[in-house]
Design a protein around this ligand. Structure first.
Ligand code: FES
Length: 149
């Protein structure tokens, strides 16, 4: 017999199915790679025009992203985008990671509603900031001394 929590989750899923794909729902309700990464090699933080913020941490070894995590105060679509993006970027070289587009994330999620397409863009823009941060520290490692996160 389903618990009241399971029934509640099913109700939420039913509502979400009206606008989101099953993949997007899965990533929104069970986000992968969430949370602050200690001693990251790259960090990005971007606030989109809607006021939502995303943070992304990267661990890079030999020019390959070996791990990524994220945090956001955004909506379900933002959660799904951050979750999917941090999955997609793992194993990519830095040039490949820079090539990840909003459409690539949208396609991986099976699409997002029109009003939420910008959530995937927020994730991609935050990734670009994290890569920029990584490249800056790679060129000028002494700047790590001043990093506050
Ligand atoms: Fe703006 Fe999701 S509503 S990032």
């Amino acid at each position: 017999m389903a618990s009241s929590y399971e029934k509640f989750e099913e109700l939420i899923r039913q509502e979400m199915r009206k606008v989101y794909t099953e993949i997007a729902i899965d990533h929104a309700l069970n986000p992968r790679n969430m949370g602050n990464m200690g001693d990251a090699d790259g960090f990005g933080k971007v606030t989109g025009p809607c006021g939502d913020t995303m943070e992304i941490w990267l661990r890079v070894e030999g020019n390959t992203v070996v791990a990524a995590s994220f945090s956001t105060d955004g909506c379900s679509a933002t959660l799904a985008s951050g979750s999917m993006l941090t999955e997609l970027v793992r194993g990519k070289s830095i040039p490949q990671a820079l090539g990840i587009s909003q459409q690539y994330v949208l396609d991986a999620l099976g699409g997002l509603p029109g009003d939420n397409r910008h959530c995937a863009l927020l994730a991609v823009n935050t990734l670009k900031e994290a890569i920029k941060d990584y490249l800056t520290f790679k060129r000028e490692p002494w700047k790590r001394t001043y990093r506050t996160y």
